[in-house]
Design a protein around this ligand. Structure first.
Ligand code: EPZ
Length: 424
């Protein structure tokens, strides 16, 4: 197993290229199951989660070729020969549930393992299943699997009222509705840029969708979808992560391809804390303003609110802010696993349920720490950039799920960072 060693210092200067979005690509890839014509994705991220989704699609009989050093995914599900997503693959990655909608819509039947919980929460899929029921499907949970069947003649258009916002349930229902008979309306739908990206890809395949990016999406079902080529949207979470780096270590960093409208709430929050953010055609440039980082309060919310996937990184920054910050995690019930690790580095944090109070300290100190999930792992690396001495972050396989070339990208702007193989 590998670890990452980070030695604090700085300042950082230069540019960091931002990849295509993991959370867009993981819903765009299953869209290939909706058509017997090829779907090609460009600007694809090179991540272990993308390889897991590739394995899943291939297990259903789809073909997925990673071209141009993995930046292009050429996919075809012309010869699908299965509709069962096995536990052995699904347990590795919850997003596997996103094959259920396309399989049900195209083949009328699907058997998909329930994903189970993960470090940050129980993460049920009941809203996904209710959406398919609203389209006439019958669903049965048996032996840890969802057994789903469309009515005679295929899914029917319907009204789906989400009791609260779910990114995954919106994506699954959106894909399924493209081939349903009649009109489907998704109300209280998620508005994330990844949803808009999915809708644009489906429209390029011939789907009739309006309202993407708002809380009400309308889909007019069609008989079949055709092939297309689609460019994956920029990864706003990778973008936000690297925008924070110069706030930890000083200096100025430009995140190539970054756009402010992907992260407005986050940009406003870091400006409130003392950052200077400049948008240019090249991307987003961030530098620390004069004076210390100031304490701010943060509440995570669905888009366009502050993203939960940047909460850990923001907490790490506020550990050395001037004053006391309160973070409220409103999306996942167990997403403060990084706090005890930051405390090992000398932070002063009190966690009570969904609230964390961070009392700013003068300096963090390097220590051996452990990654518990994807975003927690990168928050510890960022904290290491500001700490005295060296921080050793272990279990970095979590990181590989969502960040490509993190060592090279940070080293490229002057960070002292390396990846090492752990003995034993
Ligand atoms: C997506 O997860 C992202 N993952 C997550 O990113 C992200 O944190 C999350 O959206 C919120 O923005 C991918 O896109 C692959 P939800 P998803 O359905 O779709 C509850 C990362 O770090 N819920 O919006 O699973 C759920 O438990 C990952 O890249 C139900 O109760 O999130 C959660 O508390 C982590 N029943 C809340 O809703 C359901 O059927 C929001 O979940 C569905 C969700």
């Amino acid at each position: 197993m590998d670890s990452i060693l980070v030695t604090g210092g700085g300042p950082l200067n230069g540019t960091i290229p931002i990849a295509g979005a993991k959370n867009a690509c993981l819903t765009l890839m299953p869209a290939t199951l909706l058509s017997d014509e090829p779907l090609t994705l460009t600007n694809a991220p090179r991540l272990s989660d993308i390889r897991t989704m590739t394995t899943l699609l291939e297990s259903l009989g789809a073909e997925v070729s990673a071209l141009s050093d993995g930046l292009v995914l050429a996919m075809s599900s012309h010869n699908l020969n299965g509709n069962r997503a096995d536990y052995d693959i699904v347990r590795k990655m919850r997003a596997s549930i996103l094959v259920l909608g396309p399989l049900l819509a195209r083949h009328g039947k699907a058997v998909v393992s329930l994903p189970g919980g993960c470090a940050i929460g129980a993460r049920p899929v009941d809203l996904h299943l209710k959406a398919f029921e609203a389209m006439g499907a019958t669903l049965e949970l048996r032996d840890g699997y969802v057994h789903a069947e469309a009515p005679e003649g295929g899914l029917r258009g319907g009204v789906v009222d989400f009791p609260f916002v779910s990114v995954g349930a919106t994506e699954n229902a959106l894909m399924a509705a493209t081939l349903a008979k009649g009109t489907t309306t998704l109300r209280n739908a998620a508005q994330e840029p990844e949803i808009v990206d999915l809708a644009h890809c489906l429209q390029a395949m011939g789907a009739r969708i309006t309202g993407e990016g708002t809380d009400t999406i309308t889909i007019e079902g069609v008989d079949r979808l055709h092939g297309a080529t689609h460019r994956v949207v920029t990864d706003r979470i990778e973008l936000g992560t690297y925008m924070l780096a110069p706030l930890f270590a000083g200096g100025e960093v430009t995140c190539l391809g970054g756009k402010r409208d992907l992260l407005e709430a986050f940009c406003a929050k870091i400006e409130e804390a003392g950052a200077e953010v400049t948008e240019t055609p090249e991307g987003l440039t961030v530098r620390r303003g004069t004076g210390p980082i100031k304490a701010v309060d943060v509440e995570t919310e669905p888009f366009p609110g502050f993203p939960t996937d940047l909460q850990a990184q923001m907490m790490a920054l506020l550990c050395t802010a001037e004053g006391t910050s309160v973070l409220e995690e409103k999306i996942f019930e167990n997403r403060f696993m990084h706090a005890p690790e930051l405390i090992r580095m000398g932070a002063n944090i009190d966690v009570h349920g969904g609230h964390a109070t961070v009392h700013g300290v003068a300096k963090l100190k390097g220590a051996p720490v452990m990654a518990t999930d994807l975003r927690a792992s990168v928050s510890l690396i960022l904290a290491g950039l500001a700490a005295e001495g060296t921080t050793k972050v272990s279990r970095v396989y979590h990181l590989d799920r969502g960040y490509e070339h993190v060592v090279a990208k940070l080293r490229g702007v002057g960070a002292q960072i390396e990846r090492v193989r752990d003995d034993g």
